[in-house]
Design a protein around this ligand. Structure first.
Ligand SMILES: Cc1ncc(COP(=O)(O)O)c(C=O)c1O
Length: 286
């Protein structure tokens, strides 16, 4: 069934939504995006996603005058029109169409291109990955150095994920200067005893909205957190590992570069944190 999508102020069947071949997002990857999870038909961590969107736009000097209230209304209308209960809303804002391929700023007043659509994900809450845990390989981090901006330039992320799948694994962890930065589309954590270790925020990683929500949960429960970089060798000796993202919540990891963690099953703490995160996300969903 065709979805209703949003394009530049209009709600259209997906086949009718057309973007110019001159669009900066298409020719230069000059665009930012967000993915907000939908649980029980409601938006989770919505304010966090909109705050990060505003920051990404500011960092790239893309002008978009849609207000937070309007973003919420667009999201809600798409969720309602498409009857979405479990999945996500993809949002993208590009620098727009300057009328030709050109590296300069588009003429003043060129509107950004704004696209939103819903994506169903019926197995977000269960499925084999949740039950068995995921297996990751490591690859060098060959991305640019502003990973804190959520741009659509996902070439290395998708090549790495495809390499992992070709190797019979699930995902890739990026490594730079000997330390894990993050996963292809998630933030990474290892567990040693009762301590949860994750890389601190900087321009080296995306400031995950799920990470922020989880850190709040951990702090409220006075759990031990160490924000510091870790190596693949340290991860291989960890008791547990997991990653977080808006569409995966807290996902247990059971293997790193061929080394099985613990008994090879999703760790107790990872599973518990997944439950708590989903519970809190449900409570806070709007
Ligand atoms: C590179 C990267 N890191 C981390 C994340 C997790 O961010 P969030 O929790 O906001 O989904 C993502 C999500 O797409 C990502 O692409």
């Amino acid at each position: 069934m065709s979805r209703i999508v949003y394009l530049n102020g209009e709600y259209l069947p997906e086949e009718e939504a057309k973007v110019s071949i001159f669009d900066r997002g298409f020719v230069m990857g000059d665009a930012v995006y967000e993915v907000t999870c939908v649980l029980d038909g409601k938006l989770t961590d919505f304010d966090g996603h909109m705050a990060r969107l505003a920051r990404s736009l500011r960092e790239l000097q893309i002008t978009c005058d849609i207000t937070p209230e309007e973003w919420l209304a667009i999201h809600r209308r798409l969720v309602a029109e498409n009857g979405l209960t479990l999945g996500g809303v993809y949002l993208q804002v590009s620098r727009g169409n300057a009328g030709d391929r050109d590296f300069h700023f588009p003429p003043a007043g060129t509107p950004p291109t704004v696209v939103l659509y819903t994506q169903e994900q019926p197995h977000m809450l269960d499925g084999p990955k949740v039950e068995k845990g995921v297996k990751v390989i490591s690859v060098p981090d060959l991305r640019w150095h502003r990973r804190d901006i959520k741009t659509v330039q996902l070439l290395w992320a998708s090549l790495s994920k495809m390499a992992a799948e070709a190797a019979g694994k699930d995902d890739a962890w990026f490594v730079e200067d000997g330390f894990v930065t993050e996963g292809s589309s998630n933030n990474c954590y290892i567990v040693k005893g009762d301590t949860i270790i994750t890389r601190p925020l900087s321009n080296d990683i995306l400031h995950g909205i799920t990470r922020a929500a989880l850190m709040k949960i951990l702090a409220e429960r006075q759990m031990k957190i160490e924000e510091r970089p870790f190596t693949i060798a340290e991860a291989q000796q960890a008791d547990e590992a997991f990653y977080t993202s808006a569409s995966a919540f807290v996902m247990p990891i059971v293997e790193v570069d061929g080394v099985v963690l613990g008994d090879g099953k999703p760790g107790k703490l990872s599973k518990r944190l997944r439950e708590i995160y989903i519970e809190e996300a449900r409570k806070n969903a709007i």
